[in-house]
Design a protein around this ligand. Structure first.
Ligand SMILES: Nc1ncnc2c1ncn2[C@@H]1O[C@H](COP(=O)(O)OP(=O)(O)O)[C@@H](O)[C@H]1O
Ligand SMILES: [Mg+2]
Length: 365
């Protein structure tokens, strides 16, 4: 996939602009606090409908303005398309090819993988951070998973309400529970398969780019125990049994204690959990390898490369790691957007960012 151009109005500190991109490398460079990350964020925002920095819509709108909007045209294997996201009076509106669509019909059309310094949270943060990340990633290329997650979240809320009110004798409770188990098992099965596949690629990428003497793996850590070689039916049966065994405790707590909403994803470097044992440099390299592996997973599912955003490459990696990364990216047929405080050794379309505006030799519009 390839973004041809972007147009943004009232996005953070950026001056309203229309920019045409290179199909390969695009570099946003300039001093700190000028708007480099904001441009990457605008691209990510219009591709996914979300920001990679905040969950609050209002933060994205330029100070003292009410509305904001981003538009892009992009090309996939089939044709040219457009996506628009607008925020007006705190309400978000999505369009695809000029027609208003729901978020469900918007998400996953243009695939994007991003790497920002805050992604280190994927290792050091809470299990909820990892669940939400992997759910988003799997959903990008698996719309059935996306739908299952939505249904499951609804059922979980309903089930928790029954548990809180101790209304478990209500016939509706067992009807919802049956569905809860069925969809919960599907989510678990998809996650386990995803982890199995990405873990192999993750190890290869880590060894190729950063350290060929170590073994990196990703493990799915479920409240149901080891699920690696279990079938969907077996997982469903396990979930059913576990829920049966926990019901008294669940009634005491007033919410569901088993299911995918309680699970975690663990990064293991040489069998040791990265969260507790890996150095800062290793953690960064693990996350970068994860992002490259996501690109491979999307390519496998969709038979197309996603676009790749890398924020602040120069302050994040030392020069050897940076060189390895650039060398690797040069070999891939992928559109890349990089922000950096300095120029890089790549043949890129360069945009100098100064006080929210695009300045200098590649000034557009
Ligand atoms: N909603 C907003 N409206 C206007 N300016 C903003 C908004 N949000 C953040 N900023 C400002 O935008 C500037 C650029 O931020 P950023 O894109 O992170 O810069 P860089 O990545 O170049 O260091 C910062 O000075 C920040 O205070
Ligand atoms: Mg920045």
């Amino acid at each position: 996939m390839e973004i041809l151009e972007i147009n943004y109005i009232n996005f953070r500190n950026l001056s309203d602009r229309n920019i045409q991109f290179s199909p390969r490398f695009n570099l946003f460079y300039g001093k700190n606090g000028q708007g480099k990350t904001s441009i990457l964020e605008a691209i990510y925002f219009v591709a996914t409908g979300k920001s990679f920095r905040t969950a609050k819509n209002s933060e994205l709108i330029k100070y003292n303005k009410e509305k904001m909007g981003c538009f892009i045209s992009y090309r996939d294997n089939i044709s040219e398309k457009t996506l628009t996201v607008k925020i007006d009076s705190r309400k978000k509106e999505y369009s695809y090819n000029g027609k208003k669509v729901s978020f469900d019909d918007f998400y996953g059309r243009l695939n994007v993988v991003s790497f920002i310094p805050e992604d280190i949270n994927l290792i050091v943060g809470s299990p909820a951070v990892r669940r939400s990340f992997f759910d988003g990633e799997i959903s990008q290329s698996n719309s059935e998973y996306f739908k299952n997650l939505k249904d499951y979240t609804k059922l979980l809320k309903l089930r928790n309400k029954f548990l809180k009110e101790r209304d478990y004798k209500n016939p509706l409770f067992s009807i919802y529970q049956e569905e809860f188990i069925k969809i919960g098992a599907k989510i678990l099965k998809t996650r386990v398969d995803y982890v199995k596949n990405i873990s192999i690629i993750l190890n290869l990428n880590y060894r190729k780019l950063f350290d060929d003497k170590k073994e990196l793996s990703l493990k799915y850590n479920s409240s149901l125990g080891e699920l690696k070689n279990k079938s969907l039916e077996e997982i469903e049966e396990l979930l059913k049994e576990k829920i049966k065994g926990s019901i008294n405790q669940e009634l005491r707590y007033g919410f569901s204690l088993v299911g995918p909403q309680r699970d975690d994803f663990l990064f293991l470097l040489n069998e040791k959990e990265a969260k507790s044992y890996s150095s800062q440099g290793e953690k960064k390299s693990i996350i970068f390898s994860l992002k490259l592996s996501e690109i491979d997973m999307i390519l496998k599912e969709k038979r197309e490369n996603p676009i790749f955003l890398i924020d602040d490459i120069s302050s994040y990696f030392d020069s050897i790691r940076k060189e390895n990364i650039v060398k690797y990216l040069k070999k891939r047929e992928i559109q890349v957007f990089i922000s950096s405080t300095g120029e890089l050794d790549i043949n890129s379309k360069n945009f100098y960012i100064n006080k929210g505006d695009i300045d200098g030799r590649d000034k557009q519009c």
